[in-house]
Design a protein around this ligand. Structure first.
Ligand code: G6P
Length: 607
C-alpha cells in the first residue's frame, strides 16, 4: 500500500509532489522518489531508500523544474527497500516513468518475456515490468500503449505515468487499488488518496475499477480498458487532512478493519493456481527440505501468537504434521529441542519484535529451517529467516493489530495447504481452497453488520469484566477477542477454552460478568453449546457468535450475533473480525484513544 501522486498544471511540479508525498507518507515510508519532466525536455528521476525528508534534501541540491511529474512513497512488497527498487520506474530509454501501488501477479512471466525481447531491468520490483511493457507496445500513441500493456497485467494496481514524447499527458489507471483525480483550476492531480489533494482542490473524480484517466491541460477524460468512455463521478470533499488520512474514518483502527477484505485478498493473490496448488514467491526453502520435516513450531507474541495458535491447528489438520505454537519469549529460555527436521515459523507483523528475533536466531543455531510470515519487507526477521511469506497488507498504523492478523491467518492457511500438498494430503483440498477464496466477500458481509456490532458494544460497554470462550479454532479467537478488548478499552477480559471453563474461570461468573461465546463451526460444536448453557444458568449475560441461521442458542444466549457460514478457518476469521469491531466500539464508547492505547507500542523492540 504505497502513496502516489501525479501533477500536471502551470505551477512548479516538484514542490507540489513533495507536499503530496509528505501527506501520503503514512501509507508507506521505506523509500520515496519523484520523476519530473523538465522544461528542457529531459526527465529527472530522484529517489532514496529513506523517508520523504531525505528525498527532499536530495532534491534541494537541484530542484527539477517542470510542470508535469509523479511521486511515490513506498511500502515494499516485491524487492527490498533499496534505492533502485524505489519508484518511479522507467523503461529502457528512460522516456516512460511509472509509479505503482498494488501487486502485479504475473510479473515474473512478463519480465521473462520482456527480457527475451531485449529489455533490461534494473530492479527486483514487480512494477518495473509496467514501463517496459508500455515501451514494448509504444508506437507513438502513449495512451494506446498503456491500454495494451494493462490488458496483459493480472493483479492489483493504481498506476500513474507519463512519457517524454507526450509532455501534456498524465495517465492514471486503477484495478483493485484506489486512485482519484483532483480537478483544480487549470491544473490536475492524480493520487492514491484524497489526503494528498486537499490543499489544492476539493473537487475529486473517483476512478472506477479497470478505468483509465487521461489528463491534459484541457481536462480529464475517463475510459474503460477497451477505450470506451466511462461515466465520471465527481465528488466535493469536505474532510480535513486528518480525516482524509483515515479515509474518512474516525480512527486508523476502524479504517484498517475496513481494509480487511483487501488484506485477505492480497494475502491470497497470486498464491493459488487454478488447480488449487499453493505458490509462495519468496519461500525459498526447497521442497525436499519441507518434505523431510518432522514438526513445525510457530513463534510469536501478542496477536501474532494467537495467529500462531491457529496455524498450529491448521498444520496438524491440513498437513498431518505435528505442530506447536509457542510464546517466542518463553521459547528462547527453554532448551531448544528443535533441529534440522523442524520448521520454525516466526509469526510477526512488524518483523522487529525483539523476543521473536532472538527465538528465530536460536532456531537457526539449531539448524532448523526457518520461515518468517510478516508484513514488513526487509525487516530484521524477513532478512534473517531462510524464507519469507509476506502479508502484503500495507502499513498498519493502529497499535492493536487487526487487518494483519487476518492476513496472517490466511497466509498460515496457505502454508498448511502447501505442506499438505508436499506430504500428499489431498482430502478436503478443493473445499479448503474454496473457503479461502470466498473469505474476502464474507468478511465484507461482517463489516456490513457494523451498526449491529456498534449497538451490541453500547449495551456491553458498562461491564468491567468479560470472559471469552471458544473451542478448536474458536479458542485462539476467544483469546484474541479478550486481548483486543483489554488492549484498547482497558476493561478486564480473559479468554479460555470451553474445556478449561469448569476448571477455574467459571468461578468468576455472575450477572455482572458477560461471556462472549465464539461458537464457530467445528467438531466440538455440541460441547460448546453445553458450555453456553452452563454459563447462562449461572446468570452470566451471554453474547454468542453463531453461524447464520443457527437457532440452538436463541433461547439461551442474551444476544446472538449471526455470522456468514464458512468452513472452520473461515468461521474463525469472521468471528475475529466481528470481535475486533466489537472491541473498537466498546473502546470508542468509553472514550479511549483506540489508535494509541496507553502503555502499548506497535512494535516491541526490547525484550
Ligand atoms: C505489540 C503490538 C501487538 C502485536 C505484538 C507482536 O504488542 O501492540 O499488536 O501483536 O506487538 O508484534 P509483531 O509485530 O511481532 O506481530
Amino acid at each position: 500500500m504505497c502513496g502516489i501522486i501525479g501533477y500536471l498544471g502551470s505551477r512548479d511540479a516538484t514542490s507540489i509532489l513533495i507536499d503530496g508525498l509528505r501527506r501520503l507518507e503514512y501509507r508507506g515510508y521505506d523509500s520515496a522518489g519523484v520523476a519530473v519532466l523538465e522544461r528542457t525536455g529531459v526527465q529527472s528521476v530522484v529517489k532514496r531508500a529513506a523517508r520523504v525528508e531525505t528525498l527532499v534534501e536530495a532534491l534541494q541540491e537541484r530542484m527539477p523544474e517542470g510542470r508535469l511529474g509523479i511521486g511515490h512513497t513506498r511500502w515494499a512488497t516485491h524487492g527490498r527497500p533499496t534505492q533502485v527498487n524505489a519508484h518511479p520506474h522507467t523503461d529502457c530509454r528512460g522516456r516512460i516513468s511509472v509509479v505503482h501501488n498494488g501487486i502485479i501477479e504475473n510479473f515474473e512471466e512478463l519480465r521473462a518475456e520482456l527480457r527475451r525481447a531485449g529489455h533490461r531491468f534494473a530492479s527486483d520490483t514487480d512494477t518495473e515490468v509496467v514501463p517496459h511493457l508500455i515501451e514494448e507496445y509504444y508506437r507513438g500513441d502513449f495512451l494506446a500503449a498503456v491500454r495494451q500493456a494493462l490488458a496483459r497485467i493480472r493483479g492489483a494496481y493504481a498506476l500513474v505515468m507519463f512519457c517524454l514524447d507526450d509532455p501534456e499527458l498524465l495517465v492514471g489507471a486503477r484495478l483493485n487499488a484506489p486512485l482519484v483525480v483532483g480537478l483544480g483550476e487549470g491544473e490536475y492531480f492524480i493520487a492514491s488518496d484524497i489526503a494528498a489533494l486537499l490543499p489544492y482542490t476539493r473537487k475529486v473524480l473517483v476512478l472506477g475499477e479497470g478505468e483509465i484517466a487521461a489528463v491534459t491541460p484541457l481536462g480529464a477524460s475517463v475510459t474503460a480498458l477497451d477505450g470506451m468512455p466511462a461515466p465520471t463521478r465527481v465528488l466535493h470533499v469536505s474532510w480535513d487532512t486528518e480525516q482524509a488520512e483515515r479515509g474518512g474514518h474516525p480512527h486508523f483502527m476502524l479504517k484498517e478493519i475496513m481494509e480487511t477484505p483487501e488484506a485477505a485478498a492480497n494475502a491470497l493473490r497470486g498464491r493459488l493456481d487454478d488447480q488449487g496448488r499453493v505458490h509462495f514467491a519468496e519461500l525459498e526453502l526447497p521442497d525436499e527440505r519441507l518434505q523431510g520435516l518432522a514438526e513445525v513450531r510457530l513463534l510469536g507474541m501478542g496477536t501474532s501468537r494467537h495467529a500462531a495458535m491457529v496455524g498450529e491447528q491448521l498444520i496438524e489438520a491440513w498437513a498431518g504434521l505435528p505442530a506447536r505454537a509457542q510464546d517466542a519469549s518463553e521459547f528462547r529460555y527453554r532448551p531448544a529441542l528443535v533441529g534440522p527436521d523442524t520448521l520454525v515459523v516466526a509469526v510477526t507483523q512488524s518483523g522487529e519484535t525483539a523476543d521473536t528475533i532472538v527465538a528465530l536466531r536460536q532456531a537457526r543455531q539449531q539448524e532448523s529451517a526457518t520461515v518468517a510470515v510478516t508484513n514488513v519487507v526487509g525487516s530484521t526477521i524477513a532478512r534473517e529467516a531462510d524464507g519469507v511469506i509476506y502479508l502484503h497488507s500495507g502499513p498498519e498504523i493502529g497499535v492493536a493489530s487487526t487487518k494483519t492478523l487476518v492476513a496472517h491467518l490466511v497466509s498460515l492457511g496457505l502454508l498448511a495447504l502447501r505442506l499438505g500438498e508436499l506430504r500428499g494430503v489431498a482430502d478436503r483440498r478443493q473445499g479448503l481452497v474454496r473457503e479461502l477464496r470466498e473469505l474476502p466477500a464474507l468478511i465484507r458481509q461482517v463489516l456490513d453488520d457494523g451498526p449491529r456490532l456498534a449497538e451490541l458494544a453500547r449495551r456491553y460497554a458498562g461491564y468491567r469484566n468479560f470472559l471469552f470462550v471458544g473451542r478448536g479454532l474458536g479458542h485462539p479467537v476467544a483469546l484474541e477477542g479478550a486481548l483486543k478488548l483489554k488492549e484498547i478499552s482497558y476493561l478486564h477480559a480473559e479468554g479460555t477454552s470451553g474445556g478449561e471453563l469448569k476448571h477455574g474461570p467459571i468461578a468468576l461468573l455472575d450477572r455482572d460478568t458477560p461471556v462472549v461465546a465464539v461458537c464457530t463451526e467445528g467438531p466440538s460444536w455440541e460441547k460448546l453449546l453445553n458450555n453456553v448453557h452452563e454459563v447462562a444458568v449461572r446468570g452470566a449475560p451471554v453474547l454468542a457468535l453463531v453461524p447464520r441461521g443457527e437457532r440452538a442458542l436463541a433461547d439461551v444466549a442474551t444476544d446472538v450475533l449471526e455470522l456468514p457460514r464458512s468452513g472452520e478457518l473461515g468461521s474463525a476469521v469472521l468471528a475475529t473480525v466481528a470481535l475486533q469491531l466489537f472491541a473498537y466500539h466498546v473502546a470508542v464508547g468509553l472514550g479511549r484513544d483506540v489508535d494509541r492505547p496507553r502503555n502499548l507500542a506497535k512494535s516491541v523492540t526490547v525484550e
